[in-house]
Design a protein around this ligand. Sequence first.
Ligand code: PGA
Length: 239
Amino acid sequence: MKFVVANHKMNMNQETIRKYEEALQEQDSTHVKLIICPSMLYLSYFQNESYALGSQNVAPIEQGSLTGEIAAYQLAEKNVKYCLVGHSERRIRLKEDADLIKEKIKILLRYNITPILCIGETKEQHDLHRTALVLEKELISCLKDIPSEKMDEIIIAYEPIWAIGTGKLPSNQEIANSIEVIKEVMEKKYFVQSKVLYGGSINPDNIETLEQIKNLDGYLIGGASLKSDTLKTILRKIQ
Ligand code: PGA
């Protein structure tokens, strides 16, 4: 069963989120594992069993004083089962580095929330054929010190930075190669068979092409997940 993670980022308001959630309940998504990551304010609007709930962020400390952040135990109370970490928007705009990401992963695992670790190369690194190196380096730095018995609980999302919100996608062969690199690192270094998702400019027109990639375990969708009809169209096209 493929994972489909909807990353709403900072979008939607009270009215649109209610309608969106209602529309999702009418969706038969039993053939996929649908995970909705709404804006933090709306986590409590998503408490239906037809999808799982994900967070877009978590505090890098377990509890205490950290103005503006949300702790893993609070997310767990709201029925959050998954959490994005290492998204390039946070790495670039908020300067989140591997040490911080690693702390978030550790804490999430402690609260039985599955981390979805996002990694990916820049356009420049892609053009210089450095993708494999970048992916390996990011995995190793973000997963340092994670207890080995927990390693198989982590999902990896391959998100080329240049493909996010741009309408540009790598070829299927390039995606398959990157997925292979990630799976190999996870297996050789940590002895686990990890689930690996692809994210970046997925839409109803390209999902069938992406579906031809054999080693893919699912998708992380931003813009195209914001309209329930568009998301439903994508879901219908996933095997
Ligand atoms: P996009 O975003 O689907 O709008 O490219 C993906 C993401 O940022 O996770």
